[in-house]
Ligand binder design. Sequence first.
Ligand code: PLP
Length: 394
Amino acid sequence: MSEKNAARGDGTMLVSAGRVHGVNASSVNPPVHRASTFLFDTLAAFETASSTPFDGPFYGRVGTPTTFAFEQAIAELEGGHRSIATASGVAAISAALLAFLDRGDHVLVVDTVYDPVRRFCTRMLSRLGIETTFYHPAMGADIETLIRPETRLIYMESPGSGTFDVQDVTAIVEVAKARGIRTAIDATWATPLFMKPLAMGVDVSIHAATKYIVGHSDAMLGVVTTNAETYDAVRRATQDLGACAGSEECNLGLRGLRTLEVRLRHHEAAGLDLASWLEDQPQVARVLHPALPGFPGHALWKQQFSGSCGLFAIELVESDAASVRALVDGLRHFKIGFSWGGYESLVLPMHPEKSRQVARWTGSGALLRLHVGLETVSDLRADLADGLKRLRPL
Ligand SMILES: *Cc1c(COP(=O)(O)O)cnc(C)c1O
């Protein structure tokens, strides 16, 4: 945000971003402001606050000093104009979509999108008279062929959910800019550390802070970061929808940020360690991890990301279905559960064949998404090795 921060490394920013200081001494962490109501001494003070409601305490839904601190920290990390905290990742995405779309408009959404976003498009947006075309994640500049006069927004998610397809964000942004179309990206996998969408020309960058930013599986939180041109529209939409973030959640987001880099470096290393080991296991048909040299999107990933996280998928060889269940049920450290980005390892079967329209999933074995947590890597490897022994390939 401010120029004096421009030269600081991400690690330094993570430690200091959003911290406020009193005149003499103050606690390292800003206090958590729990508030719906702020009191004003005079009508004049109230009127001044009313004219700039997003820049200081005004009303709880608009933000508290804790909310603003979290928003400021994310904006700094993303190199954005301003960030807006929301009640969840999906609240951030729906606000960003509704900020730019109106009755009769058309939106291009990547087919590997997070499933609840697909449902938002096919249920909510279609009810509002907004048409969605799901496009193949391999489309780069050729996305131009799908653009119509009424296309207002191109929505990306890279890498995509479940199968980790990497998009050519730069090529898509170039086409969109030439046509005056807005772009938005869900960059949750990369976190604000490993991808800088705004520097790549994307208008709006979105994170499900629920994942790595909070990092401890104990809060729901989303955040949208905008450039100067898109800020007002996105702020209005988040206000109209009313799905504001709570102060406690923003505080947990701020707390998570402080350790984001060290946690991510561990998730990255442990994830790569297990992913490359899994590649050598006879029961594994494919490992879907953008940072593996053999992955189809690897070259693009190298250009557009500066690191990877602990989330990837494996396709098992075709096996007896009961033995796949036995593999998953018997895991001791990889627990079955939604979400990811916490300190714990998780496993979840994926079913892209049920929802995809153009990026058809053609795998014949079961697809398992793994989140590699902060447990000792050798324990995780042993857990997976035992699990794979339970598999009965056909
Ligand atoms: C989890 C997730 C979301 C949604 O975040 P919530 O906080 O659960 O609403 C959005 N995008 C991606 C890629 C996710 O993994």
